[in-house]
Write a protein that binds this ligand. Sequence first.
Ligand code: ACM
Ligand code: ZN
Length: 773
Amino acid sequence: MKIVYWTFILSFILLSCGEGHKADMKDYGIIPMPNEIVSEQGNYVLQGEKTVAVSSDESSMKVFQYLENVLKNTSVQLKRIAPTEQADISLLIDTTLPDEAYTLEVSSHGIKICSNATAAGLFYGVQSLLQLMPVEIYDTHRKYENDIEIPAVRITDAPRFPYRGAMMDVGRNFLPKEEVLKFLDLMAFYKLNKFHFHLTDDQGWRIEIKKYPKLTEIGSYRKQTQVGHCDYYYPRRFDGKEKQGYYTQDEIREIVKYASDRFITIIPEIEMPGHASAALACYPELSCGLGKTYVVRDYFDVFDEVYCPKENTFDFLEDVLVEVMDLFPSHYIHIGGDECPKKAWKICDHCQTLMKREGLKDEEALQSWFIHRIEQFVNSKGRDIIGWDEILEGGLAPNATVMSWRGEEGGIEAARQKHKVIMTPGDKCYIDHYQESPEFAPLAIGGFIPLDSVYNYNPLPAELTPEEQAYIIGTQVNIWGEYIQTPEYFEYMAFPRLQAMSEVQWTQLKNKDFNSFVRRLDKEFKRLDFCGVNACRNFYEVNLTGAWNDVHHTYEVTLKTFCPGVEVYYAVNDSVVSSSSDLYKAPLALSEDATIYAAVYRDGKPLGKITRKSFAVNKATGNSYQCVPPPVVEKVNEGIGLTDGIRGYTRDLRRWAIFREDSVRITVDLGKPVSVSKIAFASLWRPFDTLWPASELCVSVSADGETFTSVGNQEYTYDFTQTEATRFPVSYSFPEVTARYIRLELLNGGLCPEGYYHAGQQSRLAIDEIEFY
Ligand code: ACM
Ligand code: ZN
């Protein structure tokens, strides 16, 4: 094994701990970063009995009680006095401040926070104040008896966006009330103010509706749940575990109050017209009546059984919405609107007659009609609807706010139509996607959205004018629940990406700085630990990436970690890593296959677990190639993915080049004559995704790229008796040839066979890593 250190690459930024350009600005560990912090001399010592000047209005009192409650774990006792009196801590109303803005002044004499009369700003000022205190005050195992020293500062702050949300999906997997409350607490830490509560879906109905008791008697229960990813097993596997859960109306009221005490509005979502299986399992008469058995679904997909737009359905939905609006004071009611297949409506007499009567040209127009009608009802109660961006199809309801999830296009279109928009594009805001290497992470739905990707999101698209951008009221993260079975796993998905999102939502663009953020987050992890939050720890681990370096003509592996001020140690082909291992200083050059193991250390102590990654380095690595026809999808390292030194794995579709035609011709240009006697590659078998492995390989070589000579061919058969999606590696050996161009012609797997998903459809071919030896 040859390892070369490129010590001369001094300018290379190795770790994300490089000091940012705003490193001189003291940031005090506050997340999200405030607009302006001015450091002052000295500090304020909080201990013993302290007076708090605060008005007795309900909103100000909420803030006082919140602060008092947090400080119960310290030796500080707060005594409330009138706002006109001189006090140690003043929580005061200043009507000149915009909504949610605040000022916070800490001096050696006392603390003063001001906001307008909604007192939301007072609450956010208190959150910033608490972040200036030692995190140990949050230690639930030990009362904090020391003096609390708070640095003297003046902070002037206000949010960038009025809508700062997070969505929890309890439809797919119910989460207990305690977890909802804990999440609300954590949202409050980071000044989020909208909790989008996804309460109904195909796999469960989670809110008690007095008029329709079956919704929870039947709709909140399922016998079992799919195991693994929906793409993995054929046939599907189930866990055999009964699952049930819903919130009573009393519990909902408690949750709503808990949120309101933290200046968070809960926006309930009742899904329609699609994602309705759980409701239809209880009341099949609300469907188009396809003779189907309607059941609470035990696997994850988009289902054809949807609400039929008939009068009894509207009566039902209106009754449900009345109870929902009674429980949730939110101005916005989310009515879903996404992923509603039109199959049932197309063959339903009622739907077709209705379309003719109303002059609706297609089923998209019928969906729009459905949403318009629900909107009218919601508007008649003084509320407004939010819908997923599908509600644009067939025409937007007049007062609807659009939640843009299929990219930003829907949001852009809605803003141009002068509708309010919440941006939540899947590739930036869906934090149910992987955040650490999918190869080793706990199962997630797919994708890859690491911490920095969330952090760098800007919800204002450049293609909109400033006037159009003004319709974008904010952004949110969505934590879909298909693969989130437990509170611990929910927290793993949410944190620390929620903190990154809080800075997208709150912090002015000019103040955003990832280097500063990770410094503050390092401290914030301690508070999460004290609060018993199971955050993802890859912040303290090494992310290993490899790439061909064209300048140095070598394959280089880069080790990065988000955590600042640390050392990275590594070992090659050795799973034991310690502070006596090699210290990482510069990218490692590999000349053959290797597995690199690495870990993050601070002051000689490991901060996280050892991570690893294998790299395939061979005669093909880093060489260019041409595919005819080109792949239909190649999401990672497009154009070089087949020779990028990283073998695709079952978990991560993004790593594979996918071809749709019967055959593909891949010609690799080695740049100069090279002797080769073996070719290896792998294809992915995922029947759910119509992916079947290559059935035949023909190899030919050429000196000039024009005239090719056949080297031979090989047919392949596979063992499909296994039920799990599989990466099938194959190889082909031949007498050594020397050539600059090597061509692989691959035949795909033909039609998807009977007895599998998509039987009779043309299969596709997913290929990754082409290797020459
Ligand atoms: C969605 O992700 N179906 C809104
Ligand atoms: Zn119908």
